[in-house]
Write a protein of this length. Structure first.
Length: 137
């Protein structure tokens, strides 16, 4: 697998999280698109590449190295200062449907470990996403 760009690594984490339960819902896919369009970290990303990057991620998951290999490449591509941003993007996709499945929780745990994020950072990201996504009903 060639070295990923920072943008690709961020997108890979969102795709991995969405695909973790083998059901990439329309809500999750829409959220990935929303994140790519609206988060400042994607300001200079060419949005027409999103589908191709997502497909490359799915293909990489079926390679010999599998999920562990993809996560290693993602961690290699992400600068330290963007690791919490990467986790936040992945969490955003997992939480958007207000129902986090066991598979999504497990993938997020693997991401947290691979990115070497501390417990307080992870808890803060989770709390902020849940507060942001809460509805009146």
């Amino acid at each position: 697998m060639p070295l990923l760009t920072t943008h690709e690594a961020l997108i890979y984490l969102m795709v991995i999280t969405s695909a973790s339960d083998r059901d990439m819902t329309d809500v999750e896919l829409a959220r990935i698109g929303d994140v790519v369009r609206s988060w400042p970290v994607f300001q200079d990303f060419k949005h027409d590449r999103l589908i191709g990057v997502a497909q490359a991620c799915q293909k990489s998951l079926h390679d010999k190295e599998g999920l562990e290999g993809v996560l290693a490449h993602v961690a290699e591509a992400l600068p330290e200062r963007l690791r919490d941003t990467a986790y936040a993007a992945a969490f955003e996709v997992a939480a958007v449907d207000l129902e986090m499945r066991v598979e999504e929780v497990r993938v997020l745990q693997l991401v947290r470990l691979k990115l070497d994020l501390d417990t307080l950072t992870v808890a803060a990201i989770a709390r902020a996403a849940k507060a942001r996504l809460r509805t009146l009903t």
